[in-house]
Write a protein that binds this ligand. Structure first.
Ligand SMILES: Nc1ncnc2c1ncn2[C@@H]1O[C@H](COP(=O)(O)OP(=O)(O)O)[C@@H](O)[C@H]1O
Ligand SMILES: [Mg+2]
Length: 335
């Protein structure tokens, strides 16, 4: 594994600036997630590191070596694509062994067998090695796709939303396994996703990317608790942070136009708060409920204990507890 350095890299496709002035260092053994919506430039960023795209400006270093002009095969990276494509006529074993069989590698057959078996065990597919790739479930196929990358020991694994095609339950399981494997192997991973839960649970650092620009990078906790602007604040947290005119509540600091209230910043009571709101709808999720409120004509969504027994039409009072504040352009204002 190695350190990977992306230095002021930009890439345009015609008039579309896919990646703008991206600088990012992924430390040896680190798991960095780039989190952003569709079209943010996530795949392009990975393809630039892999050498599948050439940057217009900027450079990329792997383990201290400038690889900007190098072909993908000379960069020592392993890519897990969003659309996993296994060789359907090959067995799981042969699919996983494929990268090790490249003529330039000359890996002894016994080593290939040992490596594939080791990775298959990590991914819990060791009993499927003789199956054809087509005889697998979606979750197993995705494990094989990840396994194909893991049998190699590249400088860095580049993973492009590898769990996004799976159903929620499998996604949850593989998320935990992938994190465990990364820690066990000490693997360096640059992982891109639009799923905040994946970024929050797996990454040591999250980079929030939007319109090709890296807006903020930090630990999941830093990004969640200390977002630099309202956009980053809205990327993490479920339900999404409520952004409301600061004038609705008292006590906003100078320059604050917007108050950002996450569910933990809102205390709800049956009376006696700062402002009152009307319950529009209650969504029961089992252990907790989503409370949809109307506050002076604006929607507010927060969590409530199902035991609290709120129902549509109830008038409740809200009190803010250490919320976030933003100026007219969305930048954070100190409380
Ligand atoms: N080969 C390409 N040709 C033209 N435009 C592209 C190409 N690849 C990506 N783009 C554009 O660049 C932007 C970023 O795309 P992409 O990196 O795929 O984003 P993401 O992976 O975050 O969804 C989008 O506007 C996309 O349409
Ligand atoms: Mg993409």
């Amino acid at each position: 594994m190695a350190e990977v350095e992306i230095n002021a890299v930009s890439k345009a496709f015609g008039k579309t600036q896919a990646v703008s002035d991206l600088s990012l260092t992924i430390g040896d053994g680190e798991f960095v997630a780039l989190l952003g919506p569709t079209g943010a430039g996530k795949t392009t960023a990975l393809r630039l590191v892999a050498g599948l795209e050439q940057p217009d400006t900027g450079s990329i270093r792997i383990d201290g070596r400038d690889v900007t002009g190098d072909a993908p095969a000379d960069r020592d990276v392993a890519f897990v694509f969003q659309q996993y494509s296994l060789y359907p006529h090959l067995t799981v074993f042969e699919n996983m062994a494929f990268a090790l069989r490249a003529p330039t590698r000359r890996v002894p057959e016994a080593d290939i067998r040992a490596k594939v078996q080791e990775v298959a065990r990590l991914l819990h597919i060791e009993t499927k090695l003789d199956n054809k790739a087509t005889q697998l479930s979606g979750g197993q196929m995705q494990r094989v796709a990840i396994g194909r990358a893991l049998v190699r020991s590249p400088s860095i694994y580049l993973m492009d939303e590898p769990l996004s095609s799976l159903d929620a339950k499998l996604r949850g399981e593989l998320r935990i396994e992938l994190k465990r494997i990364q820690v066990d192997l000490g693997a360096t991973i640059l992982y891109v996703t639009h799923d905040q839960t994946e970024a929050m649970t797996m990454a040591s650092r999250i980079g929030v990317i939007e319109g090709g620009r890296l807006m903020q990078i930090g630990s999941p906790r830093e990004i969640y608790e200390n977002p630099i602007n309202a956009h980053v604040a809205a990327r993490l947290g479920q339900p999404t942070i409520n952004l409301l005119p600061a004038t609705l509540f008292g006590g906003a600091p100078a320059g604050a136009e917007t108050v950002g209230a996450r569910t933990e910043h809102l205390a709800i009571a049956r009376g006696g708060g700062d402002v009152s709101a009307t319950v529009k709808r209650v969504e029961h999720l089992g252990d907790q409920s989503h409370l949809h409120l109307d506050l002076a004509g604006r929607p507010v969504v927060t969590l409530a204990d199902p035991e609290a027994g709120f129902g549509a039409g109830d008038v409740v009072s809200l009190r803010l507890n250490k919320p976030l504040f933003f100026d007219a352009r969305g930048w954070r204002v100190a409380a």
